[in-house]
Design a protein around this ligand. Structure first.
Ligand code: HEC
Ligand code: HEC
Length: 327
């Protein structure tokens, strides 16, 4: 009897003291202390986190097209995840992994569905790395996800992250000018990425050592299905991260130069990705800078690729409002 009584008391107390459902916390990644990987023990968990770190920084060495075991050739190019996700995925506004496992699963317009972190990793495997999906139960996928969850430690589920993705900037109200972009490229990018855009390998082709300076186009770069192939994403990435060493709070490229230089980069040849007509099945949620048809808005592929984007946004808004009114 006594015990029952105590159990009731405990329950009542728990109900009284239970906090109201908390507001999602806001975390500024530029002020956030990322956990120190070197402090991890050499146990199973520590090993898996370090393996994930290696797969991010030296992807080409373990799952690239030059590895000895053909069954492990998941990536189709010799980039590393770190080629874009700078500093092993910890740099703010360079699509950092810090906090990602706290915000996935999440709705993704590209699939018009809820996407898991594994599916998101494979999105970049197929597109940015021009390769094929890792099985969800593979050791490599486990390592990627464990590394990302390690980086996300202490960030509550559903947090609002400042510094995730790329930093928003308003693009110029005109079509991008790839000819001017070529000039910017020659002045500010070619010194590392090469006049021919093919980058500079650490060693020689076939040695699975990857690049000192990654290629920006050609067969060993990101595919046309990649986020970097979309001009607004690419402009924002370049402006806040390039030339290498640039930080988002001290950009070296003007908005106009970033817009034009990435238009030039994305006008150069690169691997195609099949099936892009199936992306964004809800056409009213298709981003304006996604250059592959079909489009709901009636604008050309060229305008989706190079802008100007405000007329497309206005048309999309009109179509979305019409769709809402019909409901
Ligand atoms: C060529 C550049 C590039 C490379 C290489 C690349 N990614 Fe990405 N990644 C992006 C861009 C751009 C985004 C965000 C834009 C988007 O969603 O399309 C992104 C987003 C992500 C996200 C979601 C981040 C978030 O905040 O929602 C994950 C996870 C991810 N990438 C994992 C990987 C992994 C793992 C690799 C290596 C196997 C990789 N990426 C290689 C460019 C790249
Ligand atoms: C000082 C050398 C340097 C300069 C100059 C430089 N980059 Fe980079 N860039 C790099 C390196 C190195 C990486 C890969 C980062 C890593 O592996 O840690 C990179 C990555 C990139 C990426 C993503 C990876 C890929 O292969 O697509 C893009 C896009 C890019 N740079 C564009 C530019 C543009 C545009 C300019 C000129 C405005 C520029 N870079 C100038 C060194 C440089």
């Amino acid at each position: 009897m006594r015990n029952v009584h105590f159990a009731w008391m405990a329950l009542v107390l728990a109900m009284v003291s239970a906090p109201a459902r908390a507001e999602p916390s806001t975390i500024d990644l530029s002020k956030w202390q990322v956990p120190d990987i070197t402090k991890l023990a050499d146990d199973h968990y520590g090993k898996l986190v370090r393996r994930g770190h290696a797969l991010v920084t030296e992807t080409y060495k373990y799952v690239g097209p030059e590895v000895a075991d053909p069954s492990k050739r998941y990536a189709g190019n010799n980039l590393a995840c770190q080629s874009c996700h700078l500093q092993a995925g910890t740099q703010p506004y360079s699509m950092p992994y810090v906090g990602v496992t706290s915000v996935f699963p999440q709705y993704r317009a590209r699939e018009d569905d809820i996407s898991t972190i594994e599916e998101r990793v494979n999105g970049c495997m197929q597109r940015s790395m021009a390769g094929r999906s890792l099985p969800h139960d593979s050791e490599e996928m486990k390592a990627y996800v464990t590394y990302m969850s390690f980086l996300s430690q202490g960030i509550p589920a559903g947090s609002k992250l400042i510094g995730s993705g790329t930093k928003q900037v308003k693009e110029p109200a005109r079509a991008a000018n790839p000819t001017h972009g070529a000039q910017v490229y020659g002045e500010q990018c070619a010194v590392c990425h090469g006049e021919d855009g093919l980058g500079k390998r650490k060693g020689t082709a076939g040695d699975r050592q990857g690049y000192e300076f990654p290629p920006l186009w050609g067969a060993d770069s990101y595919s046309q299905g990649a986020g970097m192939f979309r001009l607004l994403t690419a402009m924002q990435f370049a402006m806040h991260n390039m030339p290498l060493g640039t930080n988002y709070d001290a950009p070296q490229l003007s908005v106009d130069d970033a817009f034009d230089v990435m238009a030039f980069v994305n006008s150069q040849p690169r691997m195609a990705k099949v099936g892009m007509e199936n992306d964004f099945p809800n056409r009213l949620r298709k981003p304006v800078d996604m250059p592959f048809p079909p489009f709901a808005d009636g604008f050309s592929s060229a305008q989706h690729k190079y802008g100007p984007y405000d007329p497309i946004r206005a048309k999309m808004k009109e179509l979305q409002d019409q769709a809402k009114a019909k409901k």
